[in-house]
Design a protein around this ligand. Structure first.
Ligand SMILES: CC(C)(COP(=O)(O)OP(=O)(O)OC[C@H]1O[C@@H](n2cnc3c(N)ncnc32)[C@H](O)[C@@H]1OP(=O)(O)O)[C@@H](O)C(=O)NCCC(=O)NCCS
Length: 190
């Protein structure tokens, strides 16, 4: 099946129910990433839009109630892009103790191929680092070439497969992105 959830919440322990511990995100604009883009933190009023976009892009959409819980959870970080007030792209993280896990990433079909996913993931990397999680990870369907290309372009590396991870039996590719260490820089700090 093309497309597919990054890390379906129905498959613990790779994701966890949202919790209220930690700092809540304040809805509104956030500082744009270096390559530009109007990224915003969604609020409770966005839950119906988030659910509709989720359902248009992924095979296992969450409910409106589930989205409400997600946007106020202290251990989540969500970003959206809007057009005309409507959410056209979304992406989010679970701040797990070990790393930031990418939970969802979706761009409305009519808005694909314009760099929105790159902007979102770049923004999420910044939020993860700000929260003390320099490493990001996710699972993606082995058949999802668009997502695999996207993440490889953004320095995510394959760490193997989770056989039969998805409900329909498809394998997941496990991807990790770690911040460059000093050892990877040359004497000039490059
Ligand atoms: C995957 C997805 C988020 C990409 O969104 P997007 O905004 O179109 O992506 P971008 O325009 O930022 O593209 C960035 C890179 O991703 C890769 N990519 C995106 N779409 C692609 C496609 N159809 N085929 C191959 N590579 C693709 C390319 O490497 C691209 O870089 P390039 O334009 O320099 O070639 C989008 O297709 C989507 O929402 N898919 C359904 C949901 C999904 O699969 N989510 C990911 C779950 S982990």
């Amino acid at each position: 099946m093309p497309g597919g959830a990054c890390s379906p919440a129905s498959r613990p322990p790779f994701t966890a129910p949202p919790t209220d511990d930690g700092d809540h995100q304040m809805p509104g604009p956030v500082a744009p990433p270096a390559d530009g883009g109007d990224l915003e933190v969604p609020g409770l009023d966005d839950a119906p839009d988030l659910q509709a976009l989720d359902a248009a892009c992924l095979p296992d959409p969450w409910s409106v109630e589930g989205w409400r819980a997600e946007v106020v959870a202290g251990d989540r970080r969500w970003l959206v892009v809007r057009d005309g007030g409507r959410v056209v792209a979304l992406g989010g993280l679970w701040l797990a103790p070990d790393a930031a896990h990418v939970l969802r990433l979706a761009v409305a079909p009519a808005r694909r191929g314009r760099g929105l996913a790159v902007r979102l993931v770049t923004g999420l990397v910044g939020l993860a680092e700000a929260a003390g999680r320099p490493a990001l990870t996710l699972e993606v369907r082995a058949s999802n070439r668009a997502a695999l290309n996207l993440y490889r372009r953004l320095d995510f590396v394959s760490h193997g497969l989770r056989p039969g991870y998805y409900a329909d039996g498809e394998d997941a590719v496990v991807l990790w992105r770690t911040a460059p260490t000093d050892a990877t820089h040359d004497a000039h700090g490059r």
